[in-house]
Design a protein around this ligand. Structure first.
Ligand code: GLU
Length: 434
């Protein structure tokens, strides 16, 4: 039989010179895929399949704005891999959305679903817009027109979106309604992260933050560090950051710094996270919060803390600041907060990183529960959701840790190895349809 192994020189090592642009998330994803593929001795055929996205859709979204003028936005949906099940992944509304970013994020979803072993592939979507400058009506019209633009790919068995940066339950409700109107009946399993009143799952809103808390506690226990009193800095105070901070505080940690796009607050005695959440509910941002010393987002990352939770956007830990990071544990609540080159610096410094595809997988795990509940038409209590989430997060953390110690690789490489081998196994079993 022909030797299907990949010649070793075909896989490019993630060496520094290769990065034309350190902050291109697609490059970062590829370099990590390459490293894990090499360690797994992956066949070249499967390697080539995993490097490419199955489907990339770009649509223009003409929208009548409130001022009576037509604006045309661009929307993207990328399905990276559906070998293990329907494509799954959020939709973000942001001015910085690019095709490369969405492709990387779609692949990250493939790996994320595989790390926690839920039967989904990976997808991501984005609309280039500034939702903070748009009215509710404009947002609804953008959502509905984008949904109809990508309707061919959507469906409970094919592609199931969810919230992501700057999208929420309300956006998912509009998406579900638009899809249902097109097909002629209510299909609540077409998206997850919906309002509970219309088929959303209890515990979904808190799920990503809960996963961040569970994996952080696992890491602290593994490193024999005290959970009680462990100091934590959280960058980002959206759904993931605020709830992650709140649950870490409930677990006994001292949250000493929080931030959002307006900047951050540092108080070595601890910040009352419930109070900060109440402040943001009232004032929309942390601007003017004042319970502590004002810090920039950049300063927050370099604070002398036990745990750092970057829970905002990608590329915040780069070659520019990685050497200054003092945290002992980093729990990546955001997708792609650490660039591939910065990761090597963190490794040299002995920082224990819980990689994004594991750390923030709580959200998609409860999305899976939501999809299961929608399809079964039978709804679980919040306790059942939280208990099942805990089981999956703890087991996944242990699977990754085991491989990391066995192969003497960092947690990220181990997580990629777990994920890629699960996806590759399915490709081997299914073969190539010709
Ligand atoms: N947007 C979230 C993520 O990046 C959730 C995706 C989902 O639930 O499908 O993991």
């Amino acid at each position: 039989m022909a030797d299907l192994r990949l010649p070793t020189d075909t896989i490019v090592r993630p060496d520094k010179d290769r990065f034309l642009n350190e902050e291109n998330p697609f490059e970062a994803m590829m370099s990590r895929l390459d490293r894990a593929a090499k360690l797994l001795d992956l066949e070249p055929g499967i390697y080539k399949v995993l490097r490419s996205a199955e489907k990339e859709i770009t649509v223009s979204i003409p929208v009548m704005m409130d001022n009576g003028e037509v604006e045309v936005f661009t929307g993207i949906r990328v399905l990276h891999n559906t070998s293990r099940g329907p494509a799954k992944g959020g939709i973000r509304f942001d001015m910085n959305v690019t095709l490369d970013e969405v492709k990387a994020l779609a692949a990250w979803m493939t790996w994320k679903c595989a790390v926690v072993n839920i039967p989904f592939g990976g997808a991501k979507g984005g609309v280039i817009c500034d939702p903070l400058k748009m009215s509710v009506g404009e947002l609804e019209r953008v959502t509905r027109r984008y949904t109809s633009g990508i309707i061919q790919t959507l469906g409970p068995d094919s592609d199931v979106p969810a919230p992501d940066v700057n999208t929420n339950e309300r956006v998912m409700a509009w998406l579900m309604d638009t899809y249902s109107m097109h097909v002629g009946h209510t299909v609540n399993a077409v998206t997850t992260g919906k309002p509970v009143e219309m088929g959303g799952s209890l515990g979904r809103r808190e799920a990503t933050g809960r996963g961040v808390m569970i994996t952080t506690v696992q890491a602290l226990e593994y490193l024999k560090m005290n959970v009680t009193g462990a100091t934590v800095a959280v960058q980002g105070f959206g759904n993931v950051g605020s709830i992650g901070a709140q649950l870490l505080q409930q677990a006994g940690c001292t949250v000493v710094a929080v931030s959002d796009r307006t900047g951050g607050w540092y108080n070595p005695k601890g910040i009352d996270v419930d109070d900060a959440i109440a402040y943001v509910k009232k004032h929309k941002t942390l601007d003017g919060y004042g319970h502590g010393e004002a810090v920039t987002n950049a300063q927050l990352l370099e604070l002398d803390v036990d745990v750092l939770v970057p829970a905002a956007l990608e590329n915040v830990i780069t070659t520019k600041n990685a050497r200054n990071i003092r945290a002992k544990v980093i729990c990546e609540g955001a997708n792609g907060p650490t660039t591939a080159v910065a990761e090597e610096i963190l490794d040299e410094k002995g920082i224990f990183v819980i990689p994004d595809i594991l750390a923030n997988a709580g959200g998609v795990t409860v999305s899976y529960f939501e999809w299961v509940q929608n399809r079964g038409g039978y709804y679980w209590t919040e306790q059942v959701v939280n208990d099942r989430l805990r089981d999956i997060m703890v087991n996944s953390f242990r699977d990754v840790l085991k491989l990391s110690t066995q192969h003497r690789v960092n947690m990220r490489t181990a997580a990629y190895m777990v994920a890629i081998s699960r996806v590759a196994t399915v490709h081997r079993l299914r073969g190539i349809y010709a």
